[in-house]
Structure formats: structure tokens, C-alpha cells
Design a protein around this ligand. Sequence first.
Ligand code: HEM
Length: 327
Amino acid sequence: MGSIKQHYSTLLLLLVIAIAASFLNAGEAFPLSSHFYGHSCPRALDIVRSVVARAVDREPRMAASLLRLHFHDCFVKGCDASLLLDSNGPIASEKGSKANKNSARGFEVIDEIKAALETECPGTVSCADILALAARDSTVLAGGPDWEVALGRRDSLDASLSGSNNNIPAPNNTLQAIVTKFKLQGLDIVDLVALSGGHTIGLSRCTSFRQRLYDGHTDSLEEGYAWQLRSRCPPSGGDDNLFPLDLVSPARFDNSYYKNLVAGKGLLNSDQVLFTRSPETSALVRLYADDGGLFFDHFAKAMIKMGNISPLTGDHGEIRKNCRRIN
Ligand code: HEM
């Protein structure tokens, strides 16, 4: 009798363990946490910050480039560093997509951060977390808001070139298309307008805004600004000529991006439509143009939300040794 009881309690225990394990594997049991490397790599955050600071010191634009990398990573299969993989065997790199080709930059800085972290604590800090931290540090270095970065993302075992082509909004997308692409990632209108404020820093190539200069629909473009742009971006040639996304303070993270939109001086069509195509988004543009503190607050919240898009946790994915290839 005693042994039957024992048998049942062992079975019950095994059942409880199995149920617990299945929850753990589902991923929800591993929420991201800002203390994730507290024991395994206590200096991780300092190391990321110092390499980013050196890189931005060498070239201020790098802050913008690193911020953008996190966005382009998270919109494709979640924040899993799929963006960083080079083409190899069955992997077709996302770096070759419409949004990234000849445009996404900063990969060498990510390599530099990863190399420093591998020396400090090998096989511990994921490339996906490096992207999230570098985006935050870049924002702060450029004068923007600070936030606590939740950590514990793991790195993907593959990339999605088609996901990169389809999910990342293009500068000539309609506002409706952009809203839909954000919705698919669980991001709402407030997130969209706040995150677009990332265009307060950085540069764009002529090829990303030429169309709107010559398509006859220049009504929303301030005349003097249009002339300035046309001189830098002729009807043909000069594809790679660069122009600041925020002409007022291109290297400073502030709310002048929104003031520019109100003045008809948004660089990309996708920027200007936030002010011209919907009462809801234009109200937010006005709000952020008037209140830089509110913009900072909403930007930080939206970055945290974006950084939470479908992370790999638990035993999913891996911690890459080199961000450019799977182990
Ligand atoms: C809303 C939809 C968005 C569209 C259509 C868009 C499009 C673009 C385009 C076309 C460029 C210029 C690329 C080039 O010509 O090389 C650019 C640059 C940039 N984007 Fe976006 N973007 C969007 C949202 C975002 C978000 C959410 C962030 C970050 C929170 C962001 C951050 C940046 C930064 C910082 C740059 C400058 C990068 C550099 O100078 O290297 N963008 N974006």
C-alpha cells in the first residue's frame, strides 16, 4: 500500500515538473530583466556604453546609425539580432534588403562591442541585447531620454530577407501602410509618432526622398526647403548625396523634428504625412513640437515596447560568439 502511495506521489511530482518545464519552454516564464547580466557579466553595460561613446566621439552620426539598427532588427522576427547575420549557406542576409542595402551602418561598432564582451565574459551577452543597449546609449549620448533596458534576449539561428523587405516601412509608403506595419508589431499610433522622432538625428540619402521633390505633389513641402533639397538631390544622379533628417539640429536628439513637420520641412514623405494625412497623428506631432518632455517620455516608453517584440528566451536561439554568424 505504502509503495503504491509513493508511486503516485512520484508520478504527481513528475507531472508538476513536466507542466513547469512546458511553461518555461513557452518563453513567457523568462521575461526580460534589466538585471539579467548582474551576476554573469556585471560590467556588460559599462563596456557597451564605453565602446558606443568612443564610436560616437569618432563620428557623431554613429548614434543615429546604431539607433536605427535596433529598429530594423526588431521589425523582422523580433529583436533577435537576425539583422546582423551575414549571408552564408542557407542564410540570406537582411543586410541586402531594400531598407538596409547601402544604408544600414554601424555593424563594425557592434563587432567591436561584441569582441570586448567576449573577452570579458565569453558566450554570455547576446548580440540582440547589444543592439538594444547601443540604441539606448546612442540616444542618451545625442542628448535624448534615458531608460532602463530589459535584457535576456537570445540570438536567432536564421535571418529573413523577405521579412526585412516586407515589414520595415519605406519612405514612400502611405501613412495607412506605415500604421499597419507598426500595428503588426504591436505598436500603436502613439508609438509610431513618438518613434518617428528618431529622425531627429541622422542622415538620409537623396534616393530616399527624391520622388517627392519631382512628383508634382509638393504641396506639403515648404518652398525654400524644397529648393534646398532639389539642389542637393537632382532629378537624376547624386543618389548617395546625404541630407539631415532634421535640418535644424541634425546631431542633437530634441523635438525639432516635430517643429519641422509643422513648418512643412519634413525630409521624408513618411515624416511629413504624419502631419498632413491624419488628425490623430498631426495632433501628436503638434503635442511633441510644443512639449519636448512629453516626446522624450513617449519615445522612451515606445523604445521599451519595441525592444520587447518577440524576444527569444529560455533555450530558444543561442548566444552568438560572433554577431555575423551562427555558432
Ligand atoms: C516610420 C517609419 C520609418 C521610415 C519609413 C523610415 C525610413 C528611413 C529612411 C528612408 C532613412 C534614410 C535611409 C537612407 O537614405 O540611407 C532613415 C534613417 C534613419 N531612421 Fe528611419 N524610418 C522610420 C522609422 C524609424 C524609427 C522607428 C527609428 C528609430 C526609433 C528610425 C531611425 C532612423 C535613424 C536614426 C536614421 C538615420 C540613420 C543614419 O544616419 O545612419 N527610423 N529612416
